[in-house]
Design a protein. Structure first.
Length: 95
């Protein structure tokens, strides 16, 4: 993997979100399921060796304030962040 070859580790954070309809508990569950589904798709598409963090945040971290139906649609989403960090010394040396 490229990250390991340059002495860095990589982690993929997958965050699902919900809109303001329904209960917060239901939105957390749905947003977590969204994130899990995207993670499965990434892993089956060749990213299986990566370390994933999956989060369902419900409505606690909206992408935008909900005024219109389009705003609600945008909040029903998943974001994927790729985080590079310094690898531990042994990992950087390929051990």
């Amino acid at each position: 993997m490229v990250a390991a070859s340059v002495g860095r580790s990589v982690r993929v954070e997958v965050t699902g979100r919900g809109d303001s309809t329904g209960t917060e508990e239901a939105n957390r569950t749905i947003s977590r399921l969204r994130a899990e589904r995207v993670t499965r798709a990434l892993a089956s598409g060749g990213a299986a060796g990566l370390r994933f963090t999956i989060r369902g945040v419900g409505t606690s971290q909206p992408l935008r304030r909900e005024v219109t139906e389009k705003d609600r649609e945008l909040n029903r989403s998943v974001t994927v962040s790729v985080i590079f960090a310094e690898a531990p010394a042994a990992e950087a040396l390929g051990r």
